[in-house]
Design a protein around this ligand. Structure first.
Ligand code: GLY
Length: 301
């Protein structure tokens, strides 16, 4: 942790590039700078110090990202299916970081062997720590992972909340009663309940306002988003985020990530296709979405 501008150079010397500079605050998924340019890393450290009074400088982890949402209380925990988010704004994971432009689950990179390591090496110790707090944690622990080519999981971040858009692709895969799980968590009874999952895949594609992730357009009318599709076991529907109604009752954009279209299907390709079928029916002037969500999973099929 860097708390003083005079220690920046020494801190930078203690890591190999690329440097990872991270604000340890809520930053809408945009609090991290990863760079091999020492001046840029220096500037990010100075900016973080100015904003928060402290900033983290971390080891760079390489590999493939995955997220595991863990619903926990002091009695136990339930890992939801591992998902993979797409944080960059552009196709092929290019361009600036965003809060997430799409996701899918279960993510094949999190094989059963990887997941077992995640549980043994990360979830169990964190649960042990959190359950032994004076006020034990009850809620969702978001475990942001980097999985290297050997299948070794490293932690990028923990959040004490669900993820966006990871939630859109994990909650629909729960086949048992979600409300029962959340109530049990709130009341400290997680170990008493059985949580079951569909053997389906889910994929979600985020529609963002013009300009996002920079300050983006608001107040534009959204049309076509009432669409839902269902064909046999394949379903797709819309989740709203940065949307609201204006005084005239029109559905309008109100923030960067406006909505997402989520497909659920027995195969990952079908889930992705269903999500794109729905998002293709929605009109919002200047909006954009990535056309390659789940490309890593589709390459593995
Ligand atoms: N999608 C990243 C996050 O929710 O933090």
């Amino acid at each position: 942790m860097v708390e003083d501008a005079s220690s920046i150079e020494t801190a930078l010397d203690s890591f190999e590039p690329p440097w990872v500079v991270k604000r340890d605050v809520l930053a809408a998924g945009k609090g991290v700078t990863v760079t091999s340019d020492r001046n840029e890393a220096h500037d990010a450290l100075v900016a973080g110090l100015g904003q928060d009074g402290f900033v983290l400088l971390e080891e760079h982890l390489s590999g493939e990202e995955a997220s595991v949402l863990v619903v926990m209380d002091e009695t136990g925990y339930v890992c939801l299916p591992a998902s993979q988010d797409h944080k960059r704004v552009g196709e092929g994971d290019t361009g600036p970081n965003t809060g997430g432009m799409g996701a899918y689950a279960p993510a094949p990179v999190a094989t059963p062997a990887v997941l077992q390591r995640v549980i043994d090496e990360i979830v169990e110790p964190m649960h042990h720590h959190l359950r032994n707090q004076e006020v034990p944690y009850r809620g969702c622990l978001y475990v942001g992972l980097m999985i290297d080519s050997q299948g070794t999981p490293g932690v990028i971040e923990f959040n004490v909340r669900f993820g966006d858009p990871e939630t859109q692709v994990t909650i629909p895969l729960i086949s048992s009663d979600l409300a029962e799980l959340l109530l049990a968590c709130a009341e400290g009874r997680v170990s008493d309940i059985e949580v079951e999952f569909h053997s389906y895949y889910a994929a979600t594609v985020v529609l963002a306002s013009e300009g996002y992730p920079a300050p983006s357009a608001t107040g534009r009318v959204i049309s076509g988003s009432e669409i839902e599709m269902e064909e046999g076991e394949i379903r797709a529907f819309v989740h709203y985020a940065g949307a609201s109604f204006d005084d005239a009752g029109n559905l309008v954009s109100s923030g960067g990530r406006v909505l997402s279209a989520t497909g659920i299907a027995p195969e990952i390709g079908e889930a992705v296709a269903a999500a794109y079928e729905v998002i293709g029916c929605i009109d919002l002037e200047g909006s954009h979405y990535r056309s390659d969500i789940a490309y890593r999973a589709l390459q593995r099929v």
